[in-house]
Ligand binder design. Sequence first.
Ligand code: BTN
Length: 251
Amino acid sequence: MKFNLADYLSTLDNQVFGKQILYIPETKSTNDDIWNHFVDNDHLIVVTDKQTAGRGQRGNRWISKEYQSLTFSIGLLDDKKNSDLLSLKCAIAISNAIKKITGIPVSTKWPNDILIKNKKVAGILIESKVNNNRRILNMGIGINVNLNIDDIDRELKDKMTSLKVETRQDFSRELILSECIKSIDSLLYKNNQFIITEWTKLCAHNNSELIFHDFNNKIIKGKFMGVDKKGRAIIVSNGETNYYFNGVIKL
Ligand code: BTN
Protein backbone atom coordinates (compact mmCIF):
# COMPACT_ATOMS: atom_id res chain seq x y z
CA MET A 1 0.00 0.00 0.00
CA LYS A 2 1.09 3.56 -0.71
CA PHE A 3 2.38 5.59 2.20
CA ASN A 4 -0.59 7.51 3.59
CA LEU A 5 0.43 11.01 4.66
CA ALA A 6 -2.91 11.74 6.37
CA ASP A 7 -2.57 8.61 8.51
CA TYR A 8 0.97 9.56 9.43
CA LEU A 9 0.06 13.17 10.32
CA SER A 10 -2.92 12.06 12.42
CA THR A 11 -0.66 10.02 14.71
CA LEU A 12 1.80 12.83 15.47
CA ASP A 13 1.47 14.69 18.75
CA ASN A 14 1.13 18.44 18.84
CA GLN A 15 4.74 19.02 17.78
CA VAL A 16 6.51 21.03 15.11
CA PHE A 17 9.03 18.37 14.16
CA GLY A 18 7.42 15.93 11.77
CA LYS A 19 4.83 18.14 10.10
CA GLN A 20 7.01 19.17 7.16
CA ILE A 21 7.03 16.03 5.11
CA LEU A 22 7.48 15.35 1.43
CA TYR A 23 6.17 12.06 0.06
CA ILE A 24 7.90 11.00 -3.17
CA PRO A 25 6.43 7.72 -4.49
CA GLU A 26 9.65 6.63 -6.21
CA THR A 27 13.14 8.02 -5.88
CA LYS A 28 16.79 7.04 -6.08
CA SER A 29 17.66 7.99 -2.52
CA THR A 30 15.77 10.01 0.07
CA ASN A 31 19.12 11.36 1.28
CA ASP A 32 19.63 12.90 -2.18
CA ASP A 33 16.10 14.34 -1.99
CA ILE A 34 16.97 16.09 1.26
CA TRP A 35 20.01 17.63 -0.43
CA ASN A 36 17.79 18.74 -3.32
CA HIS A 37 14.86 20.13 -1.32
CA PHE A 38 16.30 21.37 1.96
CA VAL A 39 16.55 25.17 1.96
CA ASP A 40 15.39 26.78 5.16
CA ASN A 41 12.93 24.08 5.94
CA ASP A 42 14.51 22.80 9.14
CA HIS A 43 13.29 19.30 10.07
CA LEU A 44 12.20 18.44 6.54
CA ILE A 45 11.35 14.75 6.15
CA VAL A 46 11.32 12.88 2.84
CA VAL A 47 9.66 9.47 2.68
CA THR A 48 9.26 7.14 -0.28
CA ASP A 49 7.57 3.86 -1.22
CA LYS A 50 10.28 2.82 -3.61
CA GLN A 51 13.94 3.66 -3.29
CA THR A 52 15.95 2.48 -6.25
CA ALA A 53 19.53 3.45 -5.36
CA GLY A 54 19.60 3.48 -1.57
CA ARG A 55 22.96 4.21 -0.01
CA GLY A 56 24.26 2.40 3.05
CA GLN A 57 27.27 2.84 5.28
CA ARG A 58 30.81 2.48 3.90
CA GLY A 59 29.63 2.86 0.31
CA ASN A 60 27.34 -0.20 0.49
CA ARG A 61 23.96 -0.33 -1.22
CA TRP A 62 20.82 -0.34 0.89
CA ILE A 63 18.19 -2.58 -0.60
CA SER A 64 14.55 -1.94 0.14
CA LYS A 65 11.28 -3.29 -1.15
CA GLU A 66 8.48 -1.21 -2.62
CA TYR A 67 5.68 -0.57 -0.07
CA GLN A 68 7.24 -2.96 2.46
CA SER A 69 10.27 -1.00 3.63
CA LEU A 70 10.22 2.27 5.51
CA THR A 71 12.80 4.53 3.88
CA PHE A 72 13.07 8.14 4.91
CA SER A 73 15.50 10.96 5.58
CA ILE A 74 15.42 13.97 7.84
CA GLY A 75 17.16 17.29 7.17
CA LEU A 76 18.21 19.26 10.21
CA LEU A 77 20.21 22.42 10.83
CA ASP A 78 23.11 21.73 13.15
CA ASP A 79 22.80 24.08 16.13
CA LYS A 80 25.82 22.50 17.87
CA LYS A 81 23.67 20.74 20.44
CA ASN A 82 21.35 18.56 18.36
CA SER A 83 24.26 17.02 16.45
CA ASP A 84 26.05 15.61 19.51
CA LEU A 85 25.96 11.80 19.40
CA LEU A 86 23.39 12.06 16.60
CA SER A 87 23.78 8.51 15.34
CA LEU A 88 23.30 7.14 18.86
CA LYS A 89 20.19 9.32 19.26
CA CYS A 90 18.77 7.94 15.99
CA ALA A 91 19.57 4.36 17.00
CA ILE A 92 17.82 4.78 20.36
CA ALA A 93 14.81 6.42 18.69
CA ILE A 94 14.38 3.66 16.12
CA SER A 95 14.81 0.99 18.79
CA ASN A 96 12.19 2.68 20.98
CA ALA A 97 9.76 2.97 18.08
CA ILE A 98 10.17 -0.68 17.06
CA LYS A 99 9.82 -1.89 20.64
CA LYS A 100 6.73 0.23 21.22
CA ILE A 101 4.96 -0.93 18.07
CA THR A 102 5.97 -4.58 17.87
CA GLY A 103 6.70 -5.40 21.50
CA ILE A 104 9.80 -7.33 20.50
CA PRO A 105 13.22 -6.78 22.09
CA VAL A 106 15.64 -4.79 19.99
CA SER A 107 19.35 -4.17 20.45
CA THR A 108 21.96 -1.93 18.89
CA LYS A 109 25.35 -2.62 17.38
CA TRP A 110 27.93 0.17 17.37
CA PRO A 111 27.84 2.59 15.70
CA ASN A 112 24.29 2.59 14.40
CA ASP A 113 22.76 -0.73 13.49
CA ILE A 114 19.49 -1.91 14.98
CA LEU A 115 19.22 -5.64 15.55
CA ILE A 116 16.64 -8.24 16.41
CA LYS A 117 18.20 -11.50 17.60
CA ASN A 118 21.56 -10.31 16.26
CA LYS A 119 20.20 -9.72 12.74
CA LYS A 120 20.02 -6.24 11.29
CA VAL A 121 16.51 -4.81 10.96
CA ALA A 122 17.34 -1.13 10.43
CA GLY A 123 20.27 1.07 9.47
CA ILE A 124 21.18 4.72 9.63
CA LEU A 125 23.27 6.82 7.27
CA ILE A 126 24.14 10.31 8.48
CA GLU A 127 25.58 12.78 6.00
CA SER A 128 26.36 16.47 6.40
CA LYS A 129 27.15 19.49 4.24
CA VAL A 130 28.08 23.08 4.94
CA ASN A 131 26.08 25.74 3.13
CA ASN A 132 26.41 29.50 3.82
CA ASN A 133 28.29 28.73 7.04
CA ARG A 134 25.51 26.47 8.25
CA ARG A 135 25.96 22.76 8.65
CA ILE A 136 23.03 20.70 7.46
CA LEU A 137 22.61 17.18 8.79
CA ASN A 138 20.91 14.50 6.76
CA MET A 139 19.75 11.44 8.68
CA GLY A 140 18.78 8.60 6.35
CA ILE A 141 16.95 5.71 7.95
CA GLY A 142 15.91 2.38 6.48
CA ILE A 143 13.72 -0.08 8.38
CA ASN A 144 12.81 -3.54 7.11
CA VAL A 145 9.14 -3.51 8.06
CA ASN A 146 6.89 -5.87 6.07
CA LEU A 147 9.48 -7.76 4.02
CA ASN A 148 8.98 -11.51 3.72
CA ILE A 149 11.94 -13.84 4.06
CA ASP A 150 12.06 -14.18 0.25
CA ASP A 151 12.45 -10.42 -0.11
CA ILE A 152 15.83 -10.61 1.62
CA ASP A 153 18.81 -11.46 -0.63
CA ARG A 154 19.97 -15.06 -0.22
CA GLU A 155 23.47 -14.09 0.90
CA LEU A 156 22.05 -11.71 3.52
CA LYS A 157 19.46 -14.04 5.06
CA ASP A 158 21.64 -14.90 8.06
CA LYS A 159 22.47 -11.23 8.66
CA MET A 160 19.24 -9.34 7.95
CA THR A 161 15.68 -9.63 9.14
CA SER A 162 12.41 -7.70 9.09
CA LEU A 163 9.68 -6.97 11.60
CA LYS A 164 7.38 -9.28 9.63
CA VAL A 165 9.88 -12.14 9.53
CA GLU A 166 10.25 -11.91 13.32
CA THR A 167 6.56 -11.57 14.20
CA ARG A 168 4.57 -12.85 11.18
CA GLN A 169 2.60 -9.64 11.36
CA ASP A 170 2.32 -6.59 9.12
CA PHE A 171 2.91 -3.19 10.66
CA SER A 172 1.88 0.31 9.65
CA ARG A 173 4.82 2.22 8.18
CA GLU A 174 2.99 5.46 8.98
CA LEU A 175 2.82 4.56 12.68
CA ILE A 176 6.45 3.48 12.81
CA LEU A 177 7.54 6.71 11.16
CA SER A 178 5.55 8.84 13.58
CA GLU A 179 6.97 6.94 16.58
CA CYS A 180 10.51 7.39 15.22
CA ILE A 181 9.96 11.12 14.75
CA LYS A 182 8.42 11.57 18.21
CA SER A 183 11.30 9.71 19.75
CA ILE A 184 14.01 11.60 17.81
CA ASP A 185 12.27 14.85 18.78
CA SER A 186 12.41 13.90 22.46
CA LEU A 187 16.11 12.92 22.30
CA LEU A 188 17.72 15.69 20.22
CA TYR A 189 18.49 17.96 23.17
CA LYS A 190 19.05 15.34 25.87
CA ASN A 191 22.46 15.57 27.52
CA ASN A 192 25.25 13.31 26.34
CA GLN A 193 25.38 11.22 29.51
CA PHE A 194 21.68 10.37 29.17
CA ILE A 195 22.19 9.34 25.53
CA ILE A 196 25.24 7.20 26.35
CA THR A 197 23.39 5.48 29.20
CA GLU A 198 20.32 4.74 27.07
CA TRP A 199 22.39 3.53 24.13
CA THR A 200 24.54 1.31 26.37
CA LYS A 201 21.40 -0.35 27.80
CA LEU A 202 20.45 -1.35 24.25
CA CYS A 203 23.96 -2.38 23.11
CA ALA A 204 24.17 -6.07 22.11
CA HIS A 205 27.92 -6.33 22.79
CA ASN A 206 28.80 -4.16 25.76
CA ASN A 207 31.67 -5.68 27.79
CA SER A 208 32.00 -8.45 25.20
CA GLU A 209 35.10 -9.89 23.58
CA LEU A 210 34.75 -9.38 19.85
CA ILE A 211 36.45 -8.89 16.53
CA PHE A 212 36.69 -5.33 15.30
CA HIS A 213 37.70 -4.10 11.83
CA ASP A 214 39.11 -0.61 12.10
CA PHE A 215 38.91 2.12 9.44
CA ASN A 216 41.95 0.69 7.62
CA ASN A 217 40.41 -2.79 7.82
CA LYS A 218 42.93 -3.88 10.43
CA ILE A 219 41.46 -6.76 12.44
CA ILE A 220 41.54 -6.26 16.20
CA LYS A 221 40.51 -8.79 18.85
CA GLY A 222 39.43 -6.97 21.95
CA LYS A 223 36.80 -6.14 24.51
CA PHE A 224 34.17 -3.49 23.77
CA MET A 225 33.99 -1.18 26.79
CA GLY A 226 31.21 1.16 25.65
CA VAL A 227 31.31 4.58 24.00
CA ASP A 228 33.00 7.77 25.15
CA LYS A 229 31.39 11.21 25.17
CA LYS A 230 32.22 11.68 21.47
CA GLY A 231 30.48 8.41 20.58
CA ARG A 232 33.78 6.63 19.87
CA ALA A 233 33.98 2.89 20.53
CA ILE A 234 36.26 2.09 23.46
CA ILE A 235 38.11 -1.15 22.77
CA VAL A 236 40.68 -2.76 25.02
CA SER A 237 43.10 -5.03 23.24
CA ASN A 238 46.30 -6.54 24.67
CA GLY A 239 45.99 -4.28 27.70
CA GLU A 240 45.79 -1.13 25.56
CA THR A 241 42.69 1.10 25.34
CA ASN A 242 41.88 2.59 21.94
CA TYR A 243 39.09 4.89 20.77
CA TYR A 244 37.55 4.55 17.32
CA PHE A 245 35.32 6.92 15.37
CA ASN A 246 34.82 4.36 12.59
CA GLY A 247 34.95 0.62 12.17
CA VAL A 248 32.86 -2.51 12.02
CA ILE A 249 32.07 -4.90 14.82
CA LYS A 250 31.72 -8.56 13.93
CA LEU A 251 29.37 -10.32 16.30
C1 BTN B 1 23.35 1.16 6.67
O1 BTN B 1 24.16 0.76 5.82
O2 BTN B 1 23.12 0.51 7.69
C2 BTN B 1 22.65 2.45 6.48
C3 BTN B 1 21.40 2.30 5.69
C4 BTN B 1 20.66 3.59 5.48
C5 BTN B 1 19.56 3.44 4.47
C6 BTN B 1 18.66 4.64 4.41
S1 BTN B 1 17.17 4.29 3.55
C7 BTN B 1 16.77 5.99 3.52
C8 BTN B 1 18.05 6.75 3.28
N1 BTN B 1 18.32 6.88 1.87
C9 BTN B 1 19.43 6.27 1.50
O3 BTN B 1 19.90 6.24 0.34
N2 BTN B 1 20.00 5.64 2.55
C10 BTN B 1 19.22 5.89 3.77
